[in-house]
Write a protein that binds this ligand. Structure first.
Ligand code: SAH
Length: 485
């Protein structure tokens, strides 16, 4: 280890910043966040720094650097664009045994600034020694995505309860178990989705239970089969249209926590790869024609796993509340008193529109967008006349077999055969295909191209813009795609 990472308490300590430009401004802001007393030495101040001086938040010495500026200083940053000045600062610091960071010059520095993930009071510092600040920033970006926004609140909640827990559970071993369970369980997930009051109340309950010995039997929930009764919860997670990069951050965070994952046919391998390695995976897809897991069976499984004290991720394609029976699942769970967290996902219509370059609304062309499903018995009852009207976009979630019937209904209810229509098959997945045409041609095009499931139909003027995702990046004219007009 070439460097020791360390957290400095700078409140009421003086830090010297030499330089008054934009780079210095970033450092000053960071130091002020850490409550340091900041002395800036620079003949002139960047406009971003002037307000700090005017508000009395920094001390400004409007002069060239001199060693005496180190008076009373515990740490210094040299951030001028003049190497000779920076080196003079480093030399003066070395003489006084004060740590100096020279921006972009590790050789001259006696300390380096890490890349930071700030979820205060939780702070992660990343360094690569002197090897690659860019790599440090990339690691930081990955951590940013991985660490929940409200991690700091979780730490504060624990901090508030710490003394009480220490008194209530004097035994170190039991106390550690209590905290482990807390961070792995419902209290943590409640804080992370912003339900702090509920989490606080639950903490009191758990503490009382731990004191009475009721809940100290097991360690943190870890294996997929060993939960603790009463502790189960369900995350109803939208997995998005297929591309795993379209998962939300919260979806990824909860997928890393879940003990069991119940997933649908629409959830592909790439998304499942983001699930915790040792989680149990249960396929509950409904495959048309084959033996299917009924909705009732899914409900029973959810209740059963939750009752065993497991954290259950119910992972659904797209969004869990768009044509996905998510409403029924939360009703059942709520009735059984199982806590549920719902995480939205990018629904197929939005994923497909983005990857085929079709704006779902556009001034003068589409003032409204309607999502409909043409699957199941409900299709008959839809208001096809309204769906056939102009100046809107209709996105049909469909079984491909229904396509000819859908087109026929729209035409029967007054849509012109020239109305643009596009099919997006396997949207956002590597094998995505886009087929563009009109109501007159689209069914035949789909048949010829042997379109398979899953696929969406987009009907409306905006559909003329549909093109293959790769073409979007290459700014090809939309005529480059299959077009049957
Ligand atoms: N809850 C999902 C919809 C489930 S209904 C969501 O919000 O997206 C299943 C239908 O969604 C499929 O028949 C298909 O029409 C559509 N669909 C889902 N994923 C798709 C994809 N990657 N590409 C095209 N259509 C998709």
């Amino acid at each position: 280890m070439d460097y020791l990472p360390i957290f400095l308490d700078l409140a009421t300590r003086r830090v010297l910043v030499v330089g008054g430009g934009a780079v210095a401004a970033r450092k000053v802001e960071l130091l002020l966040k850490a409550h340091a007393l900041v002395r800036v030495v620079a003949p002139e101040l960047h406009p971003e720094l002037a307000p700090y001086r005017d508000a009395g938040r920094i001390e400004h010495i409007a002069a060239p650097f001199e060693p005496q500026h180190f008076e009373d200083v515990v740490l210094a940053i040299a951030a001028t664009d003049r190497p000779d000045v920076n080196r003079a600062v480093a030399a003066a610091g070395a003489a006084l045994r004060v740590f100096v960071n020279v921006v972009d010059d590790v050789g001259a520095s006696s300390c380096i600034m890490p890349a930071i993930v700030d979820r205060s009071p939780v702070i992660v510092a990343v360094g690569t020694g002197a090897h690659s600040p860019t790599l440090a920033r990339r690691v930081r970006a990955q951590l940013e995505a991985f660490l929940p926004e409200r991690l700091g609140e979780l730490a504060r909640l624990a901090g508030r309860a710490r003394e009480r827990v220490r008194r209530a559970l004097p035994d170190v071993q039991r106390r550690r178990q209590f905290w482990d369970r807390l961070f792995a369980g419902r209290i943590a997930s409640q804080v992370l989705v912003g339900q702090e009051a509920a989490a606080e109340a639950l903490l009191e309950e758990e503490l009382a239970a731990a004191v009475s010995g009721a809940a100290v039997s097991g360690a943190a929930v870890s294996g997929a089969v060993s939960g603790e009764p009463g502790r189960g919860e369900v995350y109803l997670i939208g997995a998005g249209p297929g591309d795993p990069d379209l998962l939300t951050l919260r979806a990824q965070q909860l997928l890393q926590q879940a003990d069991v994952v119940l997933y649908d046919r629409l959830v592909g391998e790439a998304v499942l790869d983001r699930v915790r390695r040792d989680a149990l995976r249960v396929f509950v897809g409904k495959q048309t024609g084959r033996h299917r897991v009924t909705q009732e069976r899914i409900h029973a499984l959810l209740l059963e796993y939750a009752a065993r004290g497991l954290r259950v991720a119910r992972l659904k394609g797209g969004d869990p509340f768009v044509f996905a029976r998510g409403g029924e699942e939360i009703d059942i769970l709520r009735r059984a008193g199982v806590p549920v967290i719902v995480v939205p996902g990018i629904t197929a219509a939005l994923g497909a529109a983005a990857s085929a370059g079709v704006p779902l609304t556009q001034r003068g062309l589409a003032q409204a967008v309607t999502l409909v499903t043409a699957m199941g018995e409900g299709a008959e009852a839809l208001d096809w006349r309204a769906l056939a009207a102009p100046l809107q976009t209709v996105v049909v979630y469909m079984g491909v077999a229904q396509l000819p019937r859908i087109v026929e209904r729209l035409l029967d209810h007054g849509a012109p055969p020239t109305r643009p229509a596009a099919i997006i098959e396997r949207a956002t997945l590597p094998a995505e295909r886009v087929i563009a045409g009109t109501l007159a041609t689209i069914a035949e095009q789909a048949r010829t191209a042997q379109v398979g499931s899953p696929a969406l139909l987009i009907v409306g003027e905006v559909a003329t813009r549909a093109c293959q995702a790769q073409a979007l990046g290459q700014s090809l004219p939309p005529t480059a795609v299959q077009r049957g007009v």
